[in-house]
Design a binder for this molecule. Structure first.
Ligand code: SF4
Length: 257
């Protein structure tokens, strides 16, 4: 168990202004911390069972999950199955879970009522923002109502909006931890090599970042990691990293299994 000077949450700290101050204090404290220390501190701050990891089981995901498993393999891991996942990703999820011994992986799906709004399954083309809301953002917001904070795998080297990622931020009324914010691509590769982690099967086919099937394409050599996501569209993020579940939002459109 990693011991570290700790900020422990009290009920008053979940007030919006206090939460922002707490996030800023944690961000300062953890700015140079190792990823495992950040994961451990997230759990110490919020309590066991109150913080979840959100993973796409994409090309880099196993690095964060390896770190999480070493801190506590029972930390809940939320996987958003949008209904448009590659079969390779679903198989890879199962392989990584078995390899790392993760004991609480929850697959989140849109509710049937939400899916009925995309009966023709063409919303990804007609209105990708609406499709992401229906298949990702709303189900995740619903799933996160069971937690006080979450951990994700974004890195600054992904560029774009991610270039200035803090280590700790707020997401509505939750804390959000980015343990890999300052990690480099060679360091991610080193984690894979040292732990002999399996690679996502689509990586060898030129997919540097893997998301939903219709919105993922190969990145050309030298392009940024996420260049193949929504290629040719004016869209770079799915929306789950915007503030989730603002007051009064309808988050009743997800299922967990
Ligand atoms: Fe829909 Fe594409 Fe968003 Fe997946 S990434 S939810 S298919 S728009």
């Amino acid at each position: 168990m990693i011991e570290r000077r700790s900020i422990l949450m009290t009920a008053a700290m979940f007030e919006p202004r206090s939460l922002a101050a707490t996030a800023a204090a944690l961000d300062r404290e953890l700015t140079d911390a190792e990823p495992a220390e950040i994961v451990a501190q997230a759990q110490r701050t919020l309590g066991r069972g109150r913080v979840a990891v959100v993973s796409s089981f994409g090309s880099e995901s196993a690095a964060l999950l390896k770190i999480v498993a070493e801190v506590d393999a029972a930390i809940p891991v939320l996987f958003l199955d949008t209904g448009w996942m590659f079969e390779e990703t679903l198989a890879y999820r199962d392989a990584v879970v078995a390899r790392l011994g993760l004991t609480d992986v929850r697959t989140i799906t849109p509710s049937p009522a939400a899916l009925a709004r995309d009966g023709a399954r063409d919303l990804w083309f007609a209105d990708p923002d609406a499709c992401c809301t229906l298949r990702k953002t709303a189900p995740l917001a619903h799933a996160l109502t069971a937690f006080d904070g979450w951990i994700n795998g974004r890195k600054r080297y992904h560029g774009g909006e991610r270039a200035t990622l803090p280590v700790v931020e707020i997401d509505g009324l939750r804390l959000k931890f980015n343990p890999l914010a300052r990690v480099t691509r060679p360091e991610i590769d080193a984690i894979f090599t040292a732990a002999e982690l399996p690679r996502h099967p689509l990586e060898a086919q030129g997919f540097a970042s893997v998301g939903c099937m219709p919105c993922t394409s190969r990145a050309a050599p030298g392009q940024q990691v996420r260049a193949g996501r929504w290629a040719g569209r004016d869209k770079t993020e799915c929306g789950i990293h915007a503030v989730l579940a603002p007051a009064g939002a309808d988050v009743s459109t997800g299922h967990m299994r």
